[in-house]
Design a binder for this molecule. Structure first.
Ligand SMILES: [Zn+2]
Length: 389
């Protein structure tokens, strides 16, 4: 009994391999549709649309250009890269293709559930209506789910409709999200440069959604500090925080390791407010200085409801597996830690409770149990080999 316990304890501390990380079921709550295009698709769509603004037309070079442009360390500059991706997402076919490939790429990476966000108002340049945008993206997600299934993967994708902080259409987009709930849209979000555009500018949208018993998340506490998080929660009533990294400013760690939480950090932890953390993106925008310094390490230790996300896979050259590889390499996380983040994310999803629970019990936990049991079979093989000798 004792040796079994020790054995299990040892395997718990094993570092998962890159292959195990990829195969592990993962849940993604914060990913932008216009931040995850395949470079080759951007080139194709630009050609079809007659868009000549791309800085490169070779897919490999274009991919590198996006990462470098996004690496500048400032959020406004980072947001500039979206002018190109949005420029090629202005027709139903283009939106459908981008959404289908998004679902396909995530499934290939082991993501089993994803909430993908986009701002419908940014896809109207060529005459589409808001409704046509939502329907084209939904069709694309369904197509991507079917293709993933044909390739032996299972993924479910829900859409979050985003309103832009600097614009004045938040209520209209919130109403749109509400009209398409149960039809592929699972919630609402607000995004864009934080400084100067507090979420309280859009209170009417949040109040409307609350009256409709609908869900929403708010980008807050990324470039801007605690007041932004406080407003998002206490004025707007956000269900989740997009990023929320600056909550760390309300946590004091003394030299002896004692931790003291301020009122806001306590509230976030006590109320189990989900934090949609995006480590690589935060390094690019300067919201964190290194993976080792990223607040996710401390927040995981303190049992905040932290989740791991990609934000913009194209601009950060990342994927869910890449994010976990960085965290495993930095913090020594095991499959148990990965499962903890994944269950946290699934608990925080905007789909109904019974469906979240079924995803946790029937997909996520069995997936991790299978990966965690792999050592048993390796052990058996090496034992029998030594007996033969
Ligand atoms: Zn984001």
């Amino acid at each position: 009994m004792t040796s079994q316990t020790t054995k299990a304890g040892q395997t718990d501390r094993e570092t998962p391999s890159a292959d195990q990380i990829r195969r592990a079921p993962k849940v993604l709550l914060h990913d932008h549709l216009d931040g995850g295009l395949r470079p080759g698709t951007i080139v194709d769509l630009a050609r079809e649309a007659g868009y000549e603004g791309l800085p490169e037309t070779d897919p490999d070079k274009l991919g590198i250009w996006f990462r470098e442009a996004a690496d500048s360390g400032s959020l406004p500059r980072y947001l500039e890269t979206f002018a190109h991706t949005c420029a090629v997402m202005q027709t139903k076919d283009a939106l459908k293709r981008v959404a289908a490939e998004c679902a396909e790429d995530l499934a290939e990476d082991g993501v089993v559930y994803a909430e993908i966000r986009y701002a419908p108002e940014q896809h109207l340049e060529r005459g589409l209506t808001l409704e046509e945008v939502v329907e084209a993206v939904n069709e694309g997600f369904r197509e991507g789910e079917r293709r993933a299934k044909a390739n032996g993967h299972r993924i479910r994708v829900g859409a979050l409709l985003t309103a832009m902080r600097h614009a004045a259409r938040a209520l209209e987009i919130a109403e749109l999200a509400n009209r398409y709930r149960d039809l592929g849209v699972v919630g609402f979000d607000i995004a864009g440069a934080e400084a100067g555009f507090p979420p309280t500018r859009h209170l009417d949208a949040f109040e409307y959604l609350k009256r409709e018993n609908n869900h929403f998340t708010i980008h807050a506490g990324e470039a801007f500090g605690l007041p932004s998080i406080w407003q998002a929660l206490q004025w707007c009533g956000a269900d989740r925080l997009g990023h929320g990294v600056r909550i760390i400013d309300d946590i004091q760690v003394a030299d002896d390791g004692t931790v003291k939480l301020g009122r806001l950090a306590s509230y976030v932890r006590d109320k189990r407010i989900p934090l949609e953390m995006c480590p690589s993106s935060n390094l690019q925008t300067g919201a964190a200085t290194s993976y080792a310094e990223h607040p996710i390490g401390l927040l995981r230790k303190l049992h905040f409801r932290a989740t791991v996300n990609t934000d913009n896979r194209l601009m950060s050259g990342t994927s869910m597996s890449r994010e976990f590889e960085h965290l495993v390499g930095t913090f020594g996380y095991t499959l148990d830690d990965m499962q903890w983040f994944t269950v946290n994310a699934m608990k925080s999803a905007f789909i109904p409770f019974d469906e979240r629970l079924a995803m946790i019990n029937d997909v996520i936990k069995p997936g991790y149990a299978e990966l965690k049991s792999e050592w048993l079979f390796r052990q058996t093989a090496s034992t029998s080999a030594s007996v033969d000798v």
